[in-house]
Design a protein around this ligand. Sequence first.
Ligand SMILES: Nc1ncnc2c1ncn2[C@@H]1O[C@H](COP(=O)(O)OP(=O)(O)OP(=O)(O)O)[C@@H](O)[C@H]1O
Ligand SMILES: [Mg+2]
Length: 386
Amino acid sequence: MATVADIKKQLENVLYPGFQKSIVEFGFVKDIELTNENTCVVHLDITSSASDVEEQLKKDISSTLAQIGVSGTLSVKKPEEPKQQSNSVSGSNIAPQIKNFVMVSSGKGGVGKSTTTVNLAIAAAMQGKKVGILDADIYGPNIPRMMGLNGKEVEVVGNKAKPFDAYGVAVMSMGSLMEEGQALIWRGAMIMKAIQQLLRDILWEELDILFIDMPPGTGDAQLTLAQSVPVTCGVNVTTPQHVALDDSRRSLDMFAKLHIPIGGIVENMSGFICPSCETESDIFGMGTCEELADQYNTQVLGNLPIEPAIREGGDSGKPIVYCQPESVSAKRYMEATAKLIAFVDEVSEKAENASIQPTTAPGVSACSTASAGSAQQSSSGGCGCS
Ligand SMILES: Nc1ncnc2c1ncn2[C@@H]1O[C@H](COP(=O)(O)OP(=O)(O)OP(=O)(O)O)[C@@H](O)[C@H]1O
Ligand SMILES: [Mg+2]
């Protein structure tokens, strides 16, 4: 009859998959429970959430224990499988020093994406986060004007550009890298290159959150971004009219297709606050986003009124959340940001970028990287990238 000590000794022959050390040496065997004369339950506490590791261990333990006439079953404690993030199919992360990426999108143009990006980002910095803004709207970059950086020269260090600092936020925009007024016709491969350069060839410091202001719609820029970095979540900006809401659905569907968690919806230009009497009146409809949020299992981050001070703040490079913190809109931006930060923290707690994303060299597919995280191997069914 085998004793617990015999079984433990025998388990010293079972190597942890992919390593030269045994499960006993690693300290993964927590308990051995004899259930009958020649049967036992081996309690393991392992560090990998991948199902193939558990399968392999099952096979190896059972055949090793069979050699001493013991039939062993396994009870395995392992970490929760990380939630799939947008790029876990491509496995790429070309800016690993940035913890979280928030993609600000909308189905149609002119609904206030850039205004929202600027105010949410500054609010996040005011709430203690290390924040950056990447203006990925290569067709119509507005961030420099809105952050008071129009016409400012970019500082180049080596062959990389340094982001500007404005209102405590690191900022870079294609608008600052091109001649003012220069119009480029962006096509597929160029869009991809431009977006990737904005991530890779800019000296981004370690950041908690990089807010990315996207061009309107659901095109190549969105796809490139999702394939280049693990987008923590997407924020959808919309106005409350129904046409805009239909467009919003497209944008929200895109997040789902790209496996990007939805951080929430910002209902912009929702109601009007009269500058003289501060009464709020309903112009385009208000609160229509609640239903949309329910359908997509997400939240409304905030309802931002049409407030002349918001537009003036944008045009003059003096964002309302920083320059008029007592205004109704500034307070709503602060509240929306607090909700967003809570969501970002929740997503990144479940899937810590650095630990689950391989940081491959630019242009190298993570699929060919032997050290790619086990979660990726188990969740990707072969991404087809090269
Ligand atoms: N809540 C608001 N109240 C008043 N004006 C606003 C508000 N939100 C945005 N605006 C103004 O509306 C205009 C469009 O906003 P913005 O540029 O942020 O939109 P966008 O979605 O980024 O546009 P595009 O698709 O062209 O990039 C700007 O002049 C901006 O100042
Ligand atoms: Mg814009």
